[in-house]
Design a protein around this ligand. Structure first.
Ligand code: 26Q
Length: 820
């Protein structure tokens, strides 16, 4: 049911009013940004009504609530998505049309909130969308970074990081500051123990600490067509600068200044590391800051309506998005014991029935470990609790596995001077899940084998998903309309309906329509690339796309080396048939990741040479899309023919881009890694291009000390030619050193067991052969169209609605709410 506010005449009047109130100007004189803001405020009015209604229903029906705790929420823009979920997009578009305003242009005025790095942060955003749409009570808990993921500019082929000041000119239109829910967060100092006559127990009192005030800002999470509005609560920091220091420090000017500093720095910026642990003190402060605030809030809310804190787990679950929020375990223990007066055993019972942990990686360099010195200095009371958790757990391990120190070495929470957050999360929670079937198997059989053997009941798989509302309904309106024509509108909340498209896979008319829509989307992307990158590309060429964070394990390097190889082939054999191909890249490298940055430079330089070589008659193009982010991702997925998912098998826990491409009818070119395995299972191997070593093969090599890439260099002239071109100046204006580090990483490094750690040369030929199958298939338009339709048809499993329902059934046990 359309809210009357969106009736065209009413809506137009409201926008006029809003422009007048906000900017003291008329609609005719307002600029696009002002109109964008006015439209947001009109939409926000509707949302706030539903928000309050949802709150009311929650208060009345008292459902169990999941708190999804995450250092990252990569939401992307709000306006378009909110309009769609309110089912008002069409009406608003028409109303604005009548005013001579283009809704797309208005949407483009919105900055992307980029409060996340990549997969993990975007997953959190998809989950919130599905939770609200399915009608489950949920809070997202996160941080209001003042600077999100940096903006990427490419200058002379190099990545340059530009700060992302997403809050500049007056904050964000959809957020709501809630100062009345502020919480105090304490850092440092020491713990004084004092015997309490009344309780007969010790009190633990933190003294000499510094503190900051955590202020929540709420963002609405609008469910699709169901009046539900959940909350994403992100915490900002303010100084407690009224000099109300605890009694020991009265008048301590120096300390007051330090506290101001702490407040200013703590939420200043998102760490731009993806799949890599930065052991920085400030990062641990950020973690405790938002976790303590969120846990305090959850307990306070629970106590409003419930008497017995021992039953907290009946109404609350804390889902920890990777180990980053794991300090929730000891923080909950602390509050239950020190503030609520529970015994250790009582508090442990509650905590281990409330907390649950999702693992997103097995890569050693991403596992969070904190030096005891740092952890105990920053969080003295929390550290005491972690020590006791560790002591009791080791006791259990020793009882179950006598004389087996190997078990302690692997499973202890504190070991070798470090607090191991994954172990803490596993021990302190009731659920441990991986994010794709293969990934969970690797956790159970290898990485977390000892834990799995000791507590198999905790382990489960939840294959990731994506929201079809952003990545098809919003991002690809043409295909969304086509799907609706063929299977009805229900796919928007039930993606399994796409299965109904299967019968059209061989239908000539359907194939032509599908391919025409893909073509229109390729034209749209070509225009974007022309405008933003100044490169002209041919929408009739095959669009072969790899967009994701830049990481060696994701193997953008394999892709670009293969492009260099193709270029050699075309130059040597200009007479051979070659179907025109455009290789499209988009990727940010972490600021300190030098090799990743060199790979970006290499991609750009290869593009620079190939794109300007007239002799190859436009057969090959390479483009690097600057500043890959949620908003341009929507355009990119819609326009892709080939989805590059080429990680070293076993390294990519799931991948979620792979699902977005599939939904938009791209064919996967990938290894048997992460969720690719399940994608191929759904769509059939004949509708994808699979290549390369398997996860078992890779892990076996690794266990036996690696493999020797030299054999490929010595025995394969194509590979040798491409590698030599890294150091002969061909792509570096004669500079033989520009790409030498990349070359070395693949070959010698004095130590062959650390050469080509991601098996690029081992997989090269198999990849090239798969690429030939891509070309052969594309030449047969009917065959390609058939496979493309089947990809969209078989994407149902990969809706985050399905994923969330599994979390609800197996882990969270929530009941649905209904609003109005
Ligand atoms: C840790 C400590 C200090 C600083 C930063 C970090 C950090 C930050 C982000 C560590 C890891 C991340 C991000 C990880 C991530 O995005 N993982 C991806 O999660 C997706 C959702 O499950 C999966 O699909 C991807 O396979 C996985 O790589």
């Amino acid at each position: 049911m359309l809210n009357p506010i969106f009736k065209k005449e009413k809506f137009k009047k409201s926008v006029r009013e809003e422009v007048k109130n906000l900017f003291r100007t008329t609609l005719e004189e307002a600029n696009s940004h002002q109109i964008y803001q006015a439209v947001c405020y009109v939409v926000k009015d509707v949302i706030i009504d539903n928000w309050m209604k949802t709150q009311k229903v929650m208060n009345e029906t008292d459902p169990k609530i999941v708190y999804y705790m995450s250092m990252e929420f990569l939401t992307g823009r709000y306006l378009g998505n909110n309009l769609l979920n309110l089912t008002a997009y069409g009406e608003v578009k028409e109303a604005l049309d009548e005013l001579g305003i283009d809704l797309n242009a208005i949407e483009d005025e919105e900055r992307d909130p980029a409060l996340g790095n990549g997969g993990l942060g975007r997953l959190a955003a998809c989950f919130l969308d599905s939770l609200a749409t399915l009608g489950y009570a949920a809070y997202g808990c996160g941080i209001r970074y003042h600077y999100g993921m940096f903006k990427q500019e490419i200058r002379d082929g190099y990545q340059v990081e530009v700060p992302d000041n997403w809050l500049k000119d007056g904050g964000y239109p959809f957020e709501l500051k809630r100062p009345e829910y502020a919480k105090e967060i304490k850092f440092g100092g020491y713990v004084r123990v004092s015997y309490n006559q009344e309780t007969g127990r010790n009190d633990f009192i933190q003294e000499g600490y510094q503190s900051v005030r955590a202020i929540p800002y709420d963002l609405p999470v609008v469910g699709y067509n169901n009046n539900v509005v959940n909350t994403l609560r992100i915490w900002d920091a303010e100084a407690i600068n009224d000099f109300q220091l605890d009694s020991f420090d009265k008048g301590d000017y120096h300390k007051a200044v330090e506290q101001e500093n702490l407040a200013r720095t703590i939420v200043e910026v998102l760490y731009p590391n993806d799949n890599h642990m930065a052991g920085k003190e400030l990062r641990l402060k950020q973690q405790y800051f938002f976790i303590s605030a969120s846990v305090q809030t959850a307990i306070q809310k629970y106590k409003k309506n419930h008497g017995d804190i021992r039953k907290l787990y009946e109404k609350i679950t804390f889902q920890m998005n990777d180990t980053h929020p794991t300090v929730a375990v000891p923080e909950l223990m602390r509050i239950l014991m020190d503030e609520e007066g529970l015994t250790w055993d009582e508090a442990w019972e509650v905590t281990t029935r409330t907390c649950a942990y999702t693992n997103h990686t097995i890569m050693a360099e991403a596992l969070e470990k904190w030096p005891i010195e740092l952890f105990s200095r920053l969080l003295p009371r929390v550290y005491q609790i972690v020590e006791e958790i560790n002591r009791r757990f080791c006791e259990r391990v020793r009882a179950q596995y006598p004389n087996n120190e190997e078990k302690i070495r692997k499973m202890a929470v504190i070991y070798d001077g470090q607090v191991r957050m994954a172990n803490l999360a596993i021990v302190g929670g009731y659920s441990v899940n991986g994010v794709a079937r293969l990934h969970t198997e690797i956790l159970e059989k290898r990485e977390l084998k000892d834990f799995y053997e000791m507590m198999p009941e905790k382990f489960n798989n939840k294959t990731n998903g994506i929201t079809q509302r952003r990545f098809l309904l919003h991002g690809n309106p043409l295909l969304a309309g086509w799907v609706t024509e063929h299977v009805g509108k229900e796919w928007v909340t039930d993606l399994s309906r796409n299965k109904g498209l299967t019968v059209y896979a061989d239908d000539e008319k359907a194939q032509a329509e599908f391919m025409n829509i893909k073509y229109q989307n390729k034209v749209r992307l070509a225009k974007y690339i022309q405008e933003h990158n100044g490169v002209e590309i041919d929408p009739r060429s095959i669009f072969d796309v790899q967009v994701k964070r830049l990481h060696e394990y994701k193997r953008q390097l394999l892709n670009i080396l293969h492009v260099m190889y193709l270029y050699n082939k075309i130059k040597e054999h200009p007479e051979l048939p070659f179907y025109p191909r455009t290789f499209i890249f988009g990727a940010k490298a972490s600021a300190g990741y030098e090799r990743a940055k060199s790979i970006i430079k290499l991609i750009n330089n290869v593009g620079g040479v190939i794109n300007h070589d007239e002799t190859i008659k436009g057969k090959l193009k390479v483009v690097f899309i600057e500043d890959y982010r949620v908003s341009n991702a929507e355009l990119i997925f819609a326009a892709a023919d080939v989805s590059e998912q080429i990680s070293t098998a076993s390294k990519e826990a799931s991948g979620t881009g792979n699902m977005k491409f599939m939904l938009n009818g791209a064919l996967t070119l990938g290894t048997m890694d992460g969720a690719n395995v399940e994608i191929v299972e759904e769509v059939g191997e004949e509708n994808a291009f699979i290549f390369g070593l398997t996860a078992d093969e890779v892990m076996n090599y690794e266990q036996n000390g690696g493999y020797n890439p030299m054999q490929y260099f010595n025995n394969d002239p194509d590979i040798r030619q491409v590698l030599m071109q890294l150091i002969n100046g061909m792509y570096s204006g004669g500079d033989m050193n520009m790409f030498r580090d990349i070359y070395n990483s693949l070959l010698n490094t004095q130590n062959s067991s650390r050469a080509d750690m991601y098996f690029i040369l081992a997989d090269f030929k198999s990849y090239a052969a798969a690429q030939e199958r891509v070309e052969a298939k594309y030449r047969n338009e009917a065959a390609w169209a058939r496979s493309a339709i089947l990809n969209t048809a078989c994407a149902g499993k990969f809706s985050s609605d399905r994923t969330i329902q599994e979390y609800v059934d197996d882990i969270w046990k929530l009941e649905r709410i209904t609003v109005k």
